[in-house]
Design a protein around this ligand. Structure first.
Ligand SMILES: [Cu+2]
Length: 126
């Protein structure tokens, strides 16, 4: 009977250890995913232009050639992003819609809202 109990105890100990190993195996990748998500989020905010209260923020953004810039409309009315020289033009962006454009060449890209032309911004690509 005593051997049966000790056998049971060692089995319980092995189970506890294997649970710790499994937990460690699970936590490792989760932390990795969280770090990756954090770095993606940091990259995202770096090249995002928000539209709030009829204003592009930042009004002027400087990026490297090859950068994708994303506009996000936070207003509860639609806005468009239209380049003065027709390099890019979004569809009407409803609330929380976004538009992305990748700048393949250097230059200064003035843009405005197709519905509210007094809303202007500028992307400088170097
Ligand atoms: Cu607008």
């Amino acid at each position: 009977m005593r051997t049966l109990i000790s056998h049971f105890r060692s089995a319980a100990a092995r189970f506890a250890i294997s649970r710790a190993v499994i937990a460690a195996m699970l936590i490792g990748p989760i932390i990795g995913v969280m770090l990756a998500a954090a770095s993606v989020a940091a990259q995202d905010t770096a090249n995002v232009i928000t539209i709030d209260n009829f204003t592009f923020t930042p009004p002027e953004l400087t990026v490297a050639v090859g950068t994708t810039v994303k506009w996000v409309n936070h207003d509860d009315i639609p806005h468009l992003v239209v380049n003065k020289d027709k390099a890019f033009r979004s569809k009407a962006l409803d609330t929380d819609d976004s538009y992305s454009f990748t700048f393949a060449s250097a230059g200064t890209f003035d843009y405005f809202c197709g519905l509210h032309p007094h809303m202007v911004g500028k992307v400088i690509v170097k």
